[in-house]
Design a protein around this ligand. Structure first.
Ligand SMILES: [Zn+2]
Length: 501
């Protein structure tokens, strides 16, 4: 561990064009983020950082004068993606912010929420403000803090001092709070109540050390905004027990214990469509609760080899990040030293039950967002955000429902928690110009969104060729060439390999 170091901030913006007085994206097929089907061709008119108009039926040539025009015939456009569970690297991973930001933008991510702001309060707020002014190449940042960042420290946080802590965060420029590790439920509830008073958001990873006293339903009743993964949910669904069936040798601090046993928890919860299962789900929806399943981050548990050998690692995974992923008793999520066939089989079943809940939650009107939590467990920024789309589709989502989760639902969750109107996440007049332009129909194949593209037969040669990848990501009216961003990342990785070895 290199804890005396800090994560390098992103340098001054070194790529991207615009915003333009007038930008016209011409002849494009639009997927607007609401669940509406593709529609086109349309011309999207952007003025500076806002969508001004969406024109159907073709603009006259005169309208194109003095405008920057992107000829987008045959292309698809979506709202910029929102990653609701996105850590901006970390010292232990040895990745600079520029690497992380560019991988996100290269995969269409124009907004992220950093749960916990683990790089420190000042560090994260500096990055957030610089991104808001577009002084760096980065998605817009919603920064959720943890009490560790408070200058008084976690131990000073009590029911009585909760308002002081919340005020500190508000003044600092944070957008909300992240709960993780061991919490006194009364203190957590006091922070949640005060956060809601001040229009700050709340999200939780209800750890095994907290969940015996505070499960997802109780936290939702106290006003919690969302959970990540599922933590606290199977516990709220226990019908024949009150604690998880921990083997007697279990120790939460042992990552292998933690992950092998969490793969066995969903089958301990109430059966799908049982009374208990239905009741808990319906009440969560009634409370307008949000879930960020973040399926992709745990995928290595059901198929370690797949995650370890992903085709992007070679060129896009920083050597220090790769090292962090390797089996190690001290690194979070590096538990593969003892991983077994049985563990993977248990996890496959775990996913099946978890996905069933998430899909039905969506069907009954619940809000599901897309998060990635990359930087752990063989998951690399950007790439494994797209993997989340594939896993939501596997859970039963129509591809349009997936895109809506990634765009409108993510934006809705953030705006709701911050008491603000919706400003992005939907392609519509007056929204911020956060957009993703792609050459292939994403509904047909989400694999086409990976920076490494997907293999496709070329009818002329009969050979399979790599196609796809995002073409342009537009944030705040600034047009980023996604291939150029990927090129920058490959250079950074190459450089790091030369200097590190
Ligand atoms: Zn996380």
């Amino acid at each position: 561990m290199q804890t005396n170091q800090t994560v390098p901030h992103a340098p001054d913006r070194n790529t991207g064009n615009g915003p333009y007085e007038r930008l016209i994206i011409r002849g494009v097929t639009m997927i607007d983020g609401t669940g509406a089907p593709p529609d086109g061709p349309v011309d999207i008119i952007v003025e500076k950082n806002r969508i001004k108009d969406i024109n159907q039926g073709g603009l006259p040539e005169s309208a194109l004068e003095n405008a920057h025009v992107i000829e987008a015939e045959g292309m698809y456009i979506m709202p910029g993606f929102v990653d609701t569970h996105a850590h901006i690297g970390g010292v232990n991973q040895g990745v600079p912010a520029e690497y992380v930001h560019k991988l996100w933008l290269a995969h269409g991510v124009t907004t992220i929420r950093d749960p916990g702001s683990f790089n420190g309060a000042d560090w994260t707020i500096y990055e957030k403000e610089r991104s808001a002014k577009n002084e760096i190449v980065a998605p817009r940042i919603y920064a959720y803090t943890c009490p560790r960042n408070w200058d008084k420290g976690f131990s000073a946080l009590t029911v009585d001092s909760a308002p002081e802590f919340v005020n500190w965060a508000l003044e600092k420029g944070f957008d909300g709070f992240k709960f993780i590790n061991r919490w006194d439920p009364n203190v957590a509830k006091a922070v949640i109540a005060e956060a809601n008073n001040q229009n700050l958001g709340t999200m939780a990873h209800l750890s095994q050390t907290t969940v015996a006293r505070l499960d997802a339903l109780e936290a939702a009743r106290a006003g919690l905004g969302s959970i990540e993964h599922w933590y606290g949910l199977p516990e709220a669904l226990f019908a024949t027990k009150t604690v998880q069936h921990y083997p007697e040798h279990y120790n939460y601090s042992n990552e292998y214990h933690r992950f092998s046993q969490s793969g066995r928890i969903w089958k301990q919860a109430a059966a799908p469509y049982s009374d208990k299962w239905n009741k808990v789900m319906d009440e969560l929806i009634e409370l307008d609760f949000t879930m960020n399943p973040t399926f992709a981050i745990y995928e290595a548990t059901r198929d370690a080899a797949r995650a370890q050998t992903a085709d992007y690692h070679e060129e896009y995974t920083m050597p220090s990040l790769w090292e962090y992923f390797q089996p190690n008793l001290n690194n979070h999520g590096s538990f593969f030293g003892d991983w077994t066939t049985k563990d993977e089989i248990e996890w496959k079943e775990n996913y099946r039950l978890w996905m069933m809940f998430v899909n039905e939650f969506k069907n009954r009107g619940g809000r599901i967002c897309t998060g990635s939590d990359s930087g752990f467990i063989y998951k690399t920024y950007g790439f494994d955000y797209i993997r989340e789309f594939e896993l939501l589709q596997e859970a039963g989502f129509h591809p349009l429902e997936v895109i809506r989760a990634a765009t409108m639902k993510g934006a809705e969750s953030l705006s709701k928690e911050n008491g603000k109107p919706l400003e992005f996440g939907v392609i519509q007049q007056d929204m911020l110009a956060d957009l993703v332009l792609v050459e292939e129909n994403p509904l047909k194949n989400f694999k086409s969104l990976y920076g490494t593209g997907t293999l496709k037969f070329n009818p002329e040669t009969g050979q399979a060729e790599k196609t796809g990848g995002v073409s342009y990501t537009i944030k705040d009216g600034i047009v980023y060439d996604a291939k150029e961003l990927l090129n920058d990342v490959r250079e950074m990785v190459k450089e790091a390999k030369i200097t590190n070895y």
